[in-house]
Design a protein. Structure first.
Length: 478
């Protein structure tokens, strides 16, 4: 196990921060050992039994009814619980915020090999849960605590722990940690199934106590890297048969339905996600080709001094897209549209050739996917580049995604007084206005700013005028 880990680290350290390639967060691993999981299980079982003895283990009637109904619908299923996704961001986001680092290892043939529910090798030996990584900029998000672990189904808290350091990067070096880290465990309404939420942020764990009920989607804590973990992620694990006194272990259940999943005959997700789920973490424009990024090291500080959306003619622009689940052999194309929406530049198709992954397995399988990959392009603008809002686009997995940037726009514009008889766009990177837009039909004004439009107290758009403000970016036509 240790030797294999070193192989993987050499590959990661070999990547300078500014090149394109596989990101460090492509492969978060928790290294929870069987012994550590057994310790959690024993605590969970002990807590369940003491809650029962005290008469405090009481499920909500409607939750019990839902489980019973599910059992009637799918009598072949081992349990009657159906899970929602156990993670969500604080606010709605334009891009994806998670990727799957590891699935459950369902191989039973011995020490050396691994197999996930789909027959692939996206797991590590003995892994009993699902590792869900976060991004972009996993350490910044860990620090912000803005991605939550949420209860995947209603239930009762039967174990919780907080107070541990939460930025571990090396599973062999977790001094002062219990290994399991900050976590919550919930017993669900079948009185048998529990779900684990591991590696949470220090101080973020719900104030609710053992014995308290939670509803589906309730925040349990923020995603971090406490315990035996090499990067911010949620270890989500399902176990069953917890309430039988003769059972000391509990049995893990991989909730994903698949040919190689011997732990369940149906999906335990309300809506099962695809095995590979291509998506985009972020699209960025940078000044110059030496684009800042977080490094492959354990790093909570993110320098992004080159990141911007406003440029001038003659600038060289670095373009970056963070791709999730880039399947081997699939292509990504991209380019730039000018302010009129015409093709300005197109890059050749890029084909994934990830080769770093599955050397853990005795089969030494070549990698077939990049979990997180930053694809870089660049373009130098001529002196006569037309001013306005440009569009950086990428077509990935059949979907075109856009990012906007401006060239040759004013940095700021400030308006006051009466605006009358004007037509067209007032454009800048930021616009601040206390104007009165007169109510005449010839007065058709659009504020377009790349950064923000601030309509300060005093701003009036009188009925009769046509006024709009947007932050899509500045355009020509002042
Ligand atoms: Zn894990």
């Amino acid at each position: 196990m240790k030797k294999l880990l070193q192989i993987c680290l050499i590959v990661l350290i070999g990547l300078p921060a500014y090149t394109q390639g596989v990101d460090a967060d492509s492969k978060q691993l928790c290294g929870l050992t069987g012994k550590e999981l057994l310790e959690v299980r024993r605590d969970v079982k002990k807590n369940i039994l003491s809650l029962k003895a005290a008469g405090k283990l009481r499920f909500v009637e409607s939750d019990i009814a839902a489980v019973q109904q599910q059992r009637l619908l799918e009598p072949q299923a081992p349990i009657g619980i159906r899970f929602d996704w156990p993670m969500r961001p604080k606010n709605a986001e334009d891009y994806r915020y998670y990727h799957i680092g590891n699935y459950t290892d369902l191989d039973t043939t011995g020490e050396e090999c691994i197999r996930d529910y789909n027959g692939g090798h996206r797991t590590y030996n003995g892994h009993q849960g699902i590792d869900i990584g976060i991004g972009p900029y996993q350490w910044a998000r860990q620090k912000a605590g803005d991605i939550y672990a949420v209860a995947a189904a209603p239930g009762i808290i039967v174990e919780r722990h907080d107070g541990e350091f939460d930025r571990n990067c090396d599973w062999d070096n977790i001094t002062g940690s219990t290994g399991r880290g900050n976590h919550v465990v919930i017993l669900h309404a079948d009185d048998s199934t529990v779900s684990f939420y591991m590696h949470l942020k220090n101080g973020s764990v719900t104030n609710k106590q053992i014995g308290d009920a939670v509803v589906a989607g309730e925040i349990l804590g923020s995603i971090a890297s406490s315990g035996r973990s090499t990067g911010p992620h949620l270890h989500f694990q399902v176990n069953t048969s917890w309430t039988h006194p003769e059972d000391d272990k509990g049995f893990f259940v991989d909730p994903f339905f698949g040919q190689f999943n011997w732990t369940t005959t149906v999906s335990l997700w309300k809506s099962q996600k695809e095995y590979n789920e291509p998506g985009i973490y972020d699209m960025e424009t940078h000044l110059g080709t030496t684009m800042d990024s977080y490094t492959s090291n354990c790093d909570s500080v993110v320098s992004l001094s080159t990141l911007r959306t406003n440029f001038q003619p003659n600038n060289t622009i670095g373009f970056r897209t963070y791709l999730i689940d880039w399947v081997d052999g699939s292509q990504v194309v991209g380019g730039v549209l000018d302010p009129s929406g015409n093709i300005y530049h197109t890059w050749g198709a890029r084909t994934n050739q990830c080769t770093y992954w599955n050397n853990w397995c005795k089969y030494n399988t070549r990698g077939d996917i990049c979990r997180v990959y930053h694809l870089n392009e660049n373009l130098t603008l001529p002196a006569n580049a037309p001013a306005g809002t440009y569009t950086y686009w990428v077509q990935y997995n059949g979907i075109i995604t856009h990012h906007y940037f401006s060239v040759g726009c004013l940095q700021t514009m400030t308006f006051s007084g009466t605006q009358g008889g004007r037509r067209g766009f007032l454009v800048s990177n930021t616009i601040t206005s206390t104007s009165t837009i007169a109510g005449i039909s010839s007065n058709r004004i659009t504020y377009k700013a790349d950064n923000y439009v601030l309509l300060s107290p005093g701003f009036v758009a009188t009925a009769g005028c046509e006024f709009s403000a947007s932050t899509e970016g500045c355009t020509t036509g002042k």
